[in-house]
Ligand binder design. Structure first.
Ligand code: TMP
Length: 222
């Protein structure tokens, strides 16, 4: 059986990551892999309901984080863990780094508190997924094998988003919020540099796509 692979896509709103997920999925399918495309918050019926609440109802940062982790637990149990155990590739539009970046960086929640919440929320899931997975470590919390961080200045992202759709609660935040989110992602990268590939998203689509492909190829997965 092939090893499962878990790749997450991160970045501030307007970074353009969604268009690149499909392209990578196609490339991996062509290489013979079974690919599961999913997103957070969401990916299961329950988690999609939580998504609607978290993106549209006013609430404090801790409530947001609790909802994100509740959605993540359901998603990891029902979708990500089983797919990895079957040796599939999981491409996930956001994962735990988003909670550190948005609720930690953006909303100012304590980093250590988020780490504790992460351990509680994903308790019992890492082992199931990782037992057939690379770098198996029963004690470790479930993390992507690779996180592609689409990084660009918030003002460029805001220009891209302007007028494209009705903004949700996060998209409507001011530039300073996204600067703090971006700093949160940078901190996550500094804490786990081997897991991250920083993609310069302030480039033409083709150049971004080439960088994504190169990051995956560098790990021998394409
Ligand atoms: P999306 O629009 O990229 O699907 O992401 C949904 C929004 O939810 C986006 O603004 C980021 C935010 N979010 C958090 O604040 N915390 C999280 O843990 C996740 C997964 C998303």
């Amino acid at each position: 059986m092939r090893q499962g692979l878990f790749v997450s896509f991160e970045g501030i709103d307007g970074a353009g990551k969604s268009t690149h997920i499909e392209a990578l999925a196609d490339a991996l399918r062509t290489a013979g892999r079974t690919v599961v495309l999913t997103r957070e918050p969401g990916g299961t019926p329950l988690a999609e309901q939580i998504r609607t609440l978290a993106l549209h109802q006013p609430m404090d940062g801790l409530t947001e984080a609790l909802l994100m982790f509740a959605a993540r637990r359901d998603h990891a149990r029902q979708v990500i863990g089983p797919a990895l155990a079957q040796g599939h590739v999981v491409l996930c539009d956001r994962f735990t780094d988003a909670t550190f970046a948005y609720q930690g960086g953006g909303r100012g929640l304590d980093w250590n508190l988020l780490s504790k919440m992460e351990l509680v929320a994903l308790d019992g899931i890492a082992f199931e997924a990782d037992s057939l997975h690379q770098n198996a470590s029963p004690a470790a919390v479930l993390q992507p094998d690779l996180t592609l961080w689409f990084d660009l200045p918030p003002e460029v992202a805001a220009q891209r988003l302007a007028g494209t759709r009705v903004a949700d609660k996060f998209e409507a935040q001011p530039a300073a919020f996204f600067e703090a989110v971006r700093a949160g992602y940078a901190r996550r990268l500094a804490e786990a540099p081997a897991r991250f590939a920083r993609i310069n998203a302030d480039q033409p689509k083709e150049a971004v796509q080439a960088q994504v492909r190169a990051a995956v190829q560098a790990r021998g997965w394409l």
